[in-house]
Design a protein around this ligand. Structure first.
Ligand code: IPM
Ligand code: MN
Length: 355
């Protein structure tokens, strides 16, 4: 019972984003009431529609306001009428970078009653977390074209990592492995056989920090290609996986499908010292927009992560337990959009009633 009021910015964004965050807000409000605190939701009109209307993507004045909230709750970014990259870079990546959300936390957890495409695997086998570095790598935007449009065109895009970025991400991952207190294992996912600079830095930093400060945490190393293989064949090996931004992007889509798909996969863009942002990791799903058929569970689970990070772990637990209860009720036919046997609103109501 903190009795506090949290100020949370809501960016519904594009496509089905607004529909799923609406259900998330509904569920979180019930959890907050039960746990004895309040949430003041502050809506922001950002995304493809605003860009088309006004040409604005993320005005500096809005960014300054977002620096002052307790957290940001995001639906989805990406609009069919806007060229790929404009909104992603101008809004989503800009927020991650400007707010220095250097951790992208993506749990891969199969809940009871959820179908996984992995043969003979169950909830006891699929329960790990990917710590994706969220500010560096190929995502920094370093690069360019020369002789564009000619037969001699050159395109360059560079992966960049600083020791500082690597160290702070590793530290978060080691601490998480300790806090989870499960297998006490941290796996570094890299590509030291080809990316002999960037992942050499990661590997040296990993072992130096582990040896010096985390002797209780077992260290493992996997190349990214092999990581994909083992995530399918032996997901039970993993506890915490830490990796760079690009590999983290790729392996977490694989992880998401093994936990039941984009309907349930949630992520947090975390700045442990600043403002964090929580989102379902699926996209804006334009073909389902406005039909009330998209699954809001990923957004609801992202909301639970948000409550945990802002300092309301009991309320986070209430939400997660409500999701688990809904899933094991057998009433939700599938996690896929349009196949749930319920509308988006009904799923939100059902989970809210379980809180
Ligand atoms: C994600 C997305 C984004 C990323 C895109 C939309 C820029 O795929 O959050 O995983 O690549 O990080
Ligand atoms: Mn992605």
């Amino acid at each position: 019972m903190s009795g506090k009021t949290y100020r949370i910015a809501v960016i519904g964004g594009d496509g089905t984003g607004p529909e799923v965050v609406r259900e998330g807000m509904k569920v979180l409000d019930v959890a907050a009431q039960k746990a004895g605190f309040k949430i003041e939701w502050i809506p922001y009109d950002l995304g493809g529609e605003r860009y088309k209307r006004t040409g604005e993507i993320l005005p500096d004045s809005v960014l300054e306001e977002l620096r002052k909230v307790d957290a940001i709750y995001l639906g989805a970014i990406g609009h069919p009428d806007v060229k790929p990259g404009i909104l992603e870079k101008g809004l989503l990546l800009r927020l991650r970078f400007e707010l220095d959300q250097y951790i992208n936390l993506r749990p891969v957890k199969l809940y009871p009653g959820v179908e996984t495409p992995l043969k003979d695997k169950g909830p006891e086998d699929i329960d790990y977390v990917v710590v994706r570095e969220n500010t560096g790598d190929l995502y920094t935007g370093a690069g360019g074209f020369t002789m564009k449009g000619t037969p001699h065109e050159v395109a360059i895009q560079t992966s960049i990592y600083t020791r500082f970025q690597v160290d702070r991400c590793l530290r978060y991952a080691f601490e998480l492995a300790r806090r989870r207190n499960k297998k006490k294992t941290l796996a570094l996912c890299g590509k030291t056989n080809v990316l002999t600079y960037v992942y050499d830095l990661w590997e040296r930093a990993f072992h130096e920090m582990g040896e010096r400060e985390y002797p209780d945490i077992k260290r493992e190393y996997y190349h990214v290609d092999a990581t994909c293989m083992w995530m399918v064949k032996n997901p039970e090996w993993f506890d915490v996986i830490v990796t760079g931004n690009m590999f983290g992007d790729i392996i977490t889509d694989l992880g998401a499908i093994t936990q039941g798909g984009m309907g349930i996969a949630a992520g947090g863009n975390i700045n442990p010292e600043g403002v964090s942002m929580f989102e379902p990791i699926g996209g804006s799903a334009p073909k389902y927009t406005g039909q009330n058929v998209i699954n809001p569970m990923a957004a609801i689970c992202a909301g639970a992560m948000m409550l945990d990070v802002i300092g309301e772990p009991d309320a986070a637990q209430l939400v997660e337990q409500a999701v688990i209860k809904a899933l094991s009720s057998g009433k939700i036919k599938s996690l896929a959009a349009g196949k749930m046997g319920m509308t988006t609103t009904e799923v939100g109501d059902f989970i809210a009633s379980n809180v």
